[in-house]
Design a protein around this ligand. Structure first.
Ligand code: SF4
Length: 266
């Protein structure tokens, strides 16, 4: 199994680069791509398929090809997050270099936060160094090989992503680990902190949002890891689990920027 061979690229011209957002820790988002080749089974951005009817999540990408030109003319106060409905360093970026061109054109006074699951991010260290206030994050979850193959088969291994964090740190780029999605029995938060704390500036933690993860993922979790599913879908059990994980986080001497919690409704 490989990344979708049917990949459809839809090139468009956007009207603006930055969109106001309620995402924790950000005032604006920039999405140069809509759609993501990594097609993780639990991806919260899959809902975009309702508006972009080009096929299944992972089979198409909308490319806003004029953003390098647009960002030259736009400026925003507040923090910009790249990106919320794609990975800015998904494989096609290697060829298109759209993210790189946008970064090169962008006002370097903009406060920028980048989040990716790919070590391709290291290609742009030279441009990151030009920004006055930039934070570059890698999503880490440490899923074992079996789980990774099933639910997020296409993106680089945990080891590669941890190495990327280390290299960013060695190059003086402020970095962070986004520990996500936290799932009982599948993700060992304490271990991930232990393995990254020597070269990670700060952390975000995010517990799996079962509702946003979609039907297919819920079914897979229920069938393969019923105990994990039960904890996440039961309010009392979920609260206890979250409390225990927060205790583990607190017991480590790390800087935490935020913890995203999604309590089940019942
Ligand atoms: S890398 Fe992120 S945006 Fe891309 S499919 Fe996975 S969760 Fe969704």
């Amino acid at each position: 199994m490989g990344i979708s061979m049917k990949l459809k690229l839809i090139k468009i011209k956007a009207k603006k680069s930055f969109t106001p957002t309620k995402i924790p820790g950000a005032d604006y988002v920039i999405n140069q791509y809509v759609g993501c080749q990594y097609s993780c089974m639990y991806c919260y951005a899959k809902f975009m398929c309702r508006w972009y009817k080009y096929g299944k999540w992972g089979e198409w990408i909308v490319v806003k090809e004029n953003l390098p030109e647009l960002v030259k003319k736009e400026n925003v106060k507040g923090k910009v997050y790249m990106s919320s409905v794609s990975d800015p360093y998904q494989p096609i970026e290697k060829k298109l270099e759209l993210t790189r061109d946008i970064l090169k054109s962008m006002n370097k006074n903009i406060k920028l936060g980048i989040l990716t699951k790919s070590d391709l991010v290291l290609r742009d260290i030279d441009v990151f160094k030009e920004f006055k206030d930039i934070e570059v994050g890698l999503t880490i979850n440490g899923f074992n090989k079996y789980i990774k193959k099933k639910i997020e088969p296409f993106y680089p291994t945990t080891e590669k992503r941890m190495d990327a964090l280390k290299i960013l740190h060695e190059n003086g780029i402020k970095n962070y680990a986004f520990i996500s999605p936290i799932i009982p029995n599948l993700v060992d938060v304490g271990e991930l902190i232990k393995e990254t704390k020597n070269f990670t500036d700060f952390y975000w933690f995010e517990f799996l949002n079962l509702r946003a993860s979609g039907k297919e993922f819920r079914k897979w979790l229920k069938q393969n890891y019923p105990e994990s599913y039960e904890v996440l879908s039961d309010k009392v059990k979920a609260e206890k689990y979250i409390k225990d994980v927060i205790e583990i986080i607190k017991s480590n001497n790390i800087k935490v920027r935020g913890v995203c919690i999604n309590h089940p409704k019942k």
